[in-house]
Design a binder for this molecule. Structure first.
Ligand SMILES: [Zn+2]
Length: 264
């Protein structure tokens, strides 16, 4: 095989893995994280752990490129005024409410002056990720006091239901209870309104009935797990996000933030 053929093959393999050729897309990058730190040995969902050093590199990249980082509440307010957020803008979200968001991620975020959003499973406050299955390690969740201390530091606390249930797989009455109950419980803990929601497993975000239940429960915006960046005029109750995986490298991160996705 000639060198030219080898180069072509390498280029084809690279382009099949990273879609660098996709055009840069507008819209805020709403990043979705779960756990920050080192995955416990044997955790079969280690992709949901982003190491602290990687997280710091990612935040550093956003800072150096002048990204405006805001909460979802702020983003919803910008859209509510019929405006667009700055071209380079991002929202940093954490699903479930792990204690490592406070111990690992917050010191990094504070160093860059970035706010974030934590979507808390209300019945897991002060407990563990009790809904886990299939080899995922038990992980400590934030306590009521820790949630209050995060909120006092400018972190937005949103709801992720009461029991981490997939709203698309339960009856309407139960979904209503999950939406209202978690909102009421978190508001009681915080003494402040909870206005953002994240669908567990993304379930129901694209079901009009469930989306309407979220709105009727009093939330002002909600995020899905559909990969991509919101476009002008998108529904505020099914905003797309970008999953940051533990095995992503910096090229993945940059392509995700600028193009909405890094992989096929
Ligand atoms: Zn979740």
């Amino acid at each position: 095989m000639t060198a030219a053929v080898l180069v072509l093959l390498a280029a084809a393999a690279f382009s099949a893995r990273w879609n660098w050729w996709r055009p840069v897309s507008r819209g805020p990058a709403i990043l979705m994280y779960h756990k920050v730190g080192d995955p416990p040995p044997g955790d079969r969902l280690s992709k949901l752990w982003v190491r602290t050093a990687d997280f710091r590199r990612q935040m550093d990249w956003l800072k150096k490129r002048g990204y405006a980082v805001m909460t979802l509440r702020d983003l919803a307010a910008v859209y509510g005024r019929g405006q667009e957020p700055p071209e380079r803008s991002a929202v940093i979200t954490f699903d479930d409410g792990y204690r490592n968001n406070l111990t690992e991620a917050l010191p990094v975020l504070a160093g860059f002056g970035f706010p974030c959003v934590v979507f808390m499973v209300s019945e897991a406050v002060g407990g563990e990720n009790f809904w886990r299955g299939g080899g995922e390690a038990g992980t400590e969740m934030l306590s009521a006091e820790e949630l209050r201390s995060l909120a006092a530091k400018g972190v937005e606390i949103g709801s992720h239901t009461m029991r981490h249930r997939n709203l698309a797989r339960i009856a309407g009455g139960e979904a209503r209870e999950e939406l209202a109950g978690s909102k009421a419980r978190l508001e009681e803990v915080l003494g402040a309104p909870v206005t953002s929601f994240a669908y567990p497993y993304g379930g129901g975000a694209f079901d009009d009935g469930i989306r309407d239940l979220v709105k009727k429960a009093g939330y002002t915006c909600a995020v899905s797990v559909k990969q991509g960046k919101p476009r002008p005029g998108d529904d505020l109750f099914r905003l797309k996000r970008i999953l940051v995986r533990g095995d992503d490298n910096m090229l993945d991160f940059v392509l995700n933030v600028t193009r909405g996705k890094s992989r096929f």
